[in-house]
Design a protein around this ligand. Structure first.
Ligand SMILES: [Zn+2]
Length: 226
């Protein structure tokens, strides 16, 4: 089950029309958050360049500046979200809810195991934290947008992940969503470094550290990022 995210389809294969309404509604919610985040980062002019698409892989998300020309206005930013990042606890409220139908469909197609199902149910049991985890993921991706836009380069790609986590923390004012996200993802993936990402436990440790650091407590977000 470690590679469930690799048994992927493309967004076109996502269950329609089951998800169409939901996806549209979620996109609106996600766009509100993106607008807020970009504003906070002093990048509100990029908002109209944002494109959000849904992916049918269980877990997967990315935001990238697709095309960056010297005039910053010419870029397009794409955010890809997978079901685990746009389904919310409220989609599992009763047996007719869209979340359950999605699980059923995925199981029929052999894309989810019983164990996955249990893990997903567990994940959504905590409404508040699963919502915050979604926000954390969105704001983490905005952290990458900020890095790309400002041309920040990191010798080690893992440092850019930690930096994007910090941006998410600053935008949210809390690390709880991130901690929940990383602790839950440990169920779906092994907790070890990849070529590009630090392990979940390292990222949790870095978040705790930044929250406890007096620099971050005493300096306002704006002072920090400018
Ligand atoms: Zn990242």
């Amino acid at each position: 089950m470690n590679n469930i995210n690799h048994r992927s389809g493309v967004s076109a294969s996502i269950e329609r029309p089951l998800f169409q309404k939901l996806a549209l509604r979620r996109k609106k919610e996600v766009f509100h958050k993106i607008e807020f985040g970009l504003n906070q980062l002093g990048l509100s002019h990029l908002f109209k360049k944002f494109v959000c698409s849904m992916d049918s892989r269980l877990i997967g998300f990315k935001a990238k500046i697709v095309q960056r020309k010297s005039t910053s206005i010419e870029c397009k930013i794409q955010l890809v979200l997978s079901p685990l990042f746009y389904l919310k606890a409220e989609d599992f409220e009763d047996s007719n809810s869209v979340g359950w139908k999605w699980i059923e469909n995925q199981m029929k197609k052999g894309k989810l195991t019983d164990q996955d199902r249990k893990a997903i149910i567990d994940y959504y049991k905590n409404k508040e934290l699963s919502d915050e985890a979604l926000d954390f993921v969105i704001y983490h991706e905005l952290g990458h947008v900020k890095q790309n836009y400002r041309g920040l380069s990191f010798k080690n790609p893992k440092d850019s992940e930690i930096d994007a986590d910090k941006t998410a923390y600053h935008l949210l004012g809390s690390i709880e969503g991130g901690i929940y996200f990383f602790s839950q993802m440990g169920i779906f993936h092994p907790d070890k470094d990849s070529n590009t990402h630090p392990s979940f436990s390292k990222r949790m440790f870095a978040l705790e550290k930044v929250r406890n650091h007096k620099f971050y407590r005493s300096v306002s977000f704006y002072k920090h990022i400018r």
